[in-house]
Write a new protein. Structure first.
Ligand code: OGA
Ligand code: MN
Length: 295
């Protein structure tokens, strides 16, 4: 393992790996760590420190199978289950596949979750939403098939004071049902609705590890409580447009072997359909770590 290459902006303690900031918005790439190997307490501490500093970590050149990803992921908390179903009706396994390949391994538009094309933060329809998500790129198009991230701490900080005052105490309902409706997907089954009843979270969230305020919304939202629906829709749309402006976004162009970890508490993200979805192959393995109740 390479030793001590922190960037100029990083905290005083050096990182025990080669790390470089990718973007001023979020993201750092890390070299010289093999995530298949057991993670020591000191490495875990350094990864979490980098995670809080950069919000997105990209470990280049990794090659984990699903069991190895499961083992690595567990270092960072409890793994989350998924409400999504496979074509045969069974729930997604805990380490699941995000792909445009069908059962025969051929690219198709059909298998791609259209919801992922809309800005969201993972599992915000859970009472205890996600801390982080991890995606490990197995097969990605040579160009495109990007994932875009928006920094909701920067978005919040750039709001005018009047808007900060207006939204300070607003509470927002999120649900799996609203999520599907918002993106034009088929409604969930009764069973899925029972599994994921609506939940309420503050619109302005305090990051539990950094204390930063962030805007917490995305396409899993239904409505703001106590506000007429039209006003709620308009405000959620306005805030989403605000925090996803180009200066607050980073677009990740995948390389095969990338292993990413991102902070769902201060980022929105979405998949980009900027490749030939029906022709080129895209396959990533995904795990999600449970966080804490937003406040
Ligand atoms: C996800 C997600 C985006 C992508 O895995 O949570 O939103 O680019 N993926 O595949
Ligand atoms: Mn997602």
């Amino acid at each position: 393992m390479q030793v001590a290459h922190s960037t100029e902006t990083s905290a005083a303690a050096p990182y025990p790996f080669d790390i470089r900031r990718i973007s001023d918005v979020a993201g750092a790439e890390i070299f010289g760590v093999d995530l298949k190997q057991p993670v020591s307490e000191s490495l875990k501490e350094a990864i979490m420190r980098a995670f809080l500093e950069f919000h997105i970590l990209v470990f280049r050149g990794q090659d984990l199978n699903k069991d190895e990803q499961h083992t690595f992921s567990k270092n960072f908390g409890e793994l989350e289950h998924h409400v999504g179903r496979l074509p045969d009706g069974t729930p997604f396994p805990i380490v699941h596949t995000v792909t445009n390949l069908d059962a025969d391994g051929n690219p198709t538009e059909k298998t791609v979750s259209k919801g992922n094309y809309h800005w969201h933060t993972d599992k915000s329809y859970h009472a205890i939403p996600s801390l982080m998500s991890m995606l490990h790129a197995k097969e990605v198009p040579a160009n495109g098939g990007d994932t875009q991230f928006a920094n909701t701490r920067m978005g919040y900080a750039a709001l005018p004071d009047e808007m900060k005052a207006r939204i300070a105490d607003l509470q927002v309902e999120h649900s799996w049902e609203a999520s599907r409706r918002n993106v034009g997907d088929a409604p969930p089954s009764e069973e899925q609705k029972r599994e994921r009843p609506p939940v309420v979270h503050p619109l302005v969230r305090t990051h539990p590890d950094t204390g930063d305020k962030t805007i917490y919304l995305g396409h899993h939202t239904s409505h703001i409580h106590g506000v007429p629906k039209a006003e709620s829709d308009a405000l959620l749309e306005e805030l989403t447009a605000h925090t996803t402006q180009e200066p607050f976004t980073y677009t990740h162009q995948w390389r095969p072997g990338d292993y990413t970890m991102w902070d769902n508490r201060c980022l929105l993200h979405r998949a980009r359909p900027n490749y030939e979805v029906g022709k080129e192959r895209r396959l990533l393995h995904r795990t999600v770590i449970i966080g804490t109740k937003p406040y």
